[in-house]
Design a protein around this ligand. Structure first.
Ligand code: 9MR
Length: 342
């Protein structure tokens, strides 16, 4: 009788689409997703996956400058705090994204005018207020995001224009505000862009030589099914040989990168995508354990992807869960095939 009850309990607690073990339980490193507070609140299927499948949370947008610092004298942490609360009450790690970026900058910052000292005061205040607000509650921060162009030059922005040494300063300020946070430099598309990769490595060397606290590199991993594996492997190798902690911070794998309107997401495309996810997870497993911060997907279901919304590519399916939040072949590969990864 007791056995029957136990079996019934197990059956009832399994998810409707099968007996898959959960994603987050398969790996020795944290497995995250970027999330959106509105979807968490409004969409039950989304919330269910967010709660059960992942153990690390990144705010897709709600800790960025524009969101948390809408006016010069006003911070608004309400939405970021909502995500933090979700992470906390579900025992998940919270990763901070992002303190300094050229994008999603509030209007008042873009329009600010002042001398070098005033600019420095502005950025220092932003970095430190945000880092202090979340001090001890986020495990790490993407301190500076996407500072380099493909040719390795510094990306033009209000930051580099007004505070030439803003990268080093931002890391220093963040460290002062939250001394225990793991501080990352985060960027995309280093594969196939050796000059961009070199610029990042040179920056790491320079910061380390100056005793500026940088602890990790975020490799965003916005890739596609045709991305060159050898190139990606090279980037991983070069990044991890710095000895820094490595985060695959924004993983998604586009299947229709040219936005072909006649594209059909057929079994062949799903299989190619599964193989690419396999490659990425294998490559990550090859990084020395102490340097593994985790893998974070850039949102949860295909319908939530920035490639659909921001990039307006309706026939794109870059994540593990489909438009109805059902798991796709890559999900089953990661949960069923990759046992004993721990
Ligand atoms: O996914 C984010 C999307 O909702 C925003 O509209 C967009 C604004 O630029 O930013 C997206 O997130 C980006 C992340 O913060 C940094 N790396 C690239 C991501 C995709 O654009």
């Amino acid at each position: 009788m007791k056995t029957i009850f136990i079996c019934l309990f197990i059956l009832l607690t399994q998810r409707s689409f099968g007996q898959s073990p959960l994603l987050k339980d398969q790996f020795s490193f944290p497995l995250g997703a970027s999330m959106n507070p509105r979807l968490l609140q409004e969409n039950e299927a989304y919330r269910h996956l967010a709660t059960t499948e992942f153990n690390s949370v990144t705010a897709e947008n709600h800790m960025k400058m524009m969101m948390v610092h809408p006016e010069a004298n006003r911070f608004d942490f309400s939405k970021g705090d909502e995500l933090l609360q979700f992470a906390k009450s579900n025992q998940k790690r919270m990763h901070g994204h992002t303190l300094v970026w050229h994008n999603q900058v509030p209007k008042w910052m873009n329009e600010f005018s002042g001398d070098a000292q005033a600019w420095e005061a502005l950025l220092k205040n932003h970095v430190q207020e945000v880092a202090k607000h979340y001090q001890g509650q986020v495990s790490g921060w993407d301190v500076v995001n996407e500072a380099f162009l493909d040719d390795g030059s510094l990306r033009p922005s209000i930051w580099v224009k007004n505070i030439p040494d803003y990268i080093a300063k931002s890391f220093q300020w963040a460290h002062e505000a939250d001394p225990n946070a793991i501080l990352f430099y985060n960027d995309y598309g280093q594969d196939g862009k050796p000059q961009k990769m070199k610029a990042i490595l040179d920056m790491v060397q320079d910061l380390q030589a100056r005793h500026i606290p940088i602890h990790g590199l975020g490799l965003q991993m916005h890739i596609n099914i045709s991305s060159n594996n050898a190139e990606i492997q090279r980037v991983i190798q070069q990044s991890s040989s710095t000895g820094l902690i490595i985060h695959f911070s924004e993983l998604d794998i586009a299947v229709n990168p040219k936005n072909d309107s006649t594209f059909v997401y057929n079994e062949t495309a799903k299989e190619a995508q599964k193989q690419k996810f396999k490659f990425i997870f294998d490559a990550y497993a090859g990084i020395p354990k102490p340097q593994q911060y985790g893998i974070t997907f850039w949102n949860i279901g295909d319908r939530d992807s920035w490639l659909r919304g921001y990039f307006k590519r309706p026939k794109e399916y870059p994540l593990l869960f489909d438009d109805a939040y059902a798991p796709k072949p890559a999900y089953f590969y990661l949960t069923n095939t990759r046992k004993n990864e721990k």
